[in-house]
Design a protein around this ligand. Structure first.
Ligand code: NAP
Ligand code: MN
Length: 266
């Protein structure tokens, strides 16, 4: 990686891994990388932990499109966003010493809440009833009123998020090479008044999805942006689209998305 030398490390200090983390820092210095304390000065951002840590690293550093993100797993196995393992320094060295690194690009979701506040999600945006009662959402695809949802909530996921929450509700696993957003339901109520498609659906990345929370008293849904809950209380409208820019990660040999799917689930 001759043109990327400034590394920012994102991790939760834990005694268990401290020594291993220190040896990763040593490795970086040994190969002439500069460790920066301000992510704005970085062109490589390394998350040490699991997928959850990687998601946090991307959020905390603002989905930087001029950076290369890399995840180092500390758990028993590799995970979706962590291509390296903290014990496998050989692979880390191989990646940092290679002249030309291959880059993998992952799209993310842009969410605009009530026309002004903007957020991004790498896995998914979820809208869930904040209380035990159901809530109602009008679902629009572009300008088309598509369905009226009543139930527990909805998940709107990216291709890389398709193996996370979306998969637990029987959503499809989507190849990240397909620019798309998937909408899946959490316990929709279906009767003569309320009818939804019932199956997850996948939209082209060119489309816009709008979710309007019906203001009927239960209009304080919980909004999840990956692993963070949104602080805004009353929400009326969410406009969701796929980003034009993408998150860059390191592409390794024998580690395609479908290899990860097989490794994790089969
Ligand atoms: P968590 O509750 O620890 O995450 C649940 C599991 O999902 C963890 O094993 C995590 O891996 C894994 N994961 C995260 N992103 C993934 C991806 N893109 N593909 C496959 N697995 C993935 O919370 P967290 O670690 O902060 O992760 C947040 C994510 O958890 C959310 O974005 C959501 O997708 C997911 N989630 C799932 C459910 C569910 O399945 N019922 C409910 C809530 C949230 P690590 O152990 O490596 O972190
Ligand atoms: Mn986790």
């Amino acid at each position: 990686m001759p043109n990327r030398r400034n590394v920012y490390f994102f991790y939760k200090p834990e005694e268990k891994y401290e020594q291993k983390v220190q040896s990763i820092f040593q490795l970086a210095k040994q190969y002439d990388f500069t460790i920066v304390n301000d992510y704005r000065k970085a062109n490589i951002i390394v998350a040490i932990g699991g997928d959850g840590t990687f998601l946090q690293a991307v959020h905390k550093t603002g989905f930087k499109d001029d950076c290369l993100y890399a995840g180092i797993a500390t758990g028993e196995t590799l995970s979706f966003y962590c291509d390296f393992h903290i014990d496998d320094t050989e692979k880390i060295v191989e990646a940092i010493t290679s002249e030309q690194i291959e880059v993998r690009r992952y799209p993310f979701i842009n969410v605009t809440i009530d026309g002004n506040t903007k957020f991004q999600c790498l896995n998914e945006c979820t809208v869930r009833s904040g209380i035990i009662k159901t809530f109602v959402v009008e679902v629009f695809i572009d300008d088309l009123h598509f369905e009226t949802f009543r139930g527990d909530g909805m998940i709107v996921s990216t291709p890389t998020g398709s193996t996370a929450y979306n998969k637990s509700v029987r959503g499809a696993v989507v190849d990240p090479m397909l620019s798309s957003i998937q909408v899946s339901e959490l316990a929709s109520l279906n009767n003569n008044h309320y009818r939804t498609l019932g199956s997850p659906f996948i939209l082209s990345g060119e489309r816009k999805l709008t979710l309007e929370v019906v203001q009927d008293g239960n209009d304080y849904p919980v909004i999840g942006l990956d692993n963070e809950a949104l602080g805004i209380r009353n929400v009326q409208k969410l406009e969701i689209s796929l980003s034009d820019t993408k998150i860059k990660t390191v592409k390794l040999k024998d580690n395609s998305f479908w290899e990860k799917v097989r490794r994790t689930f089969l």
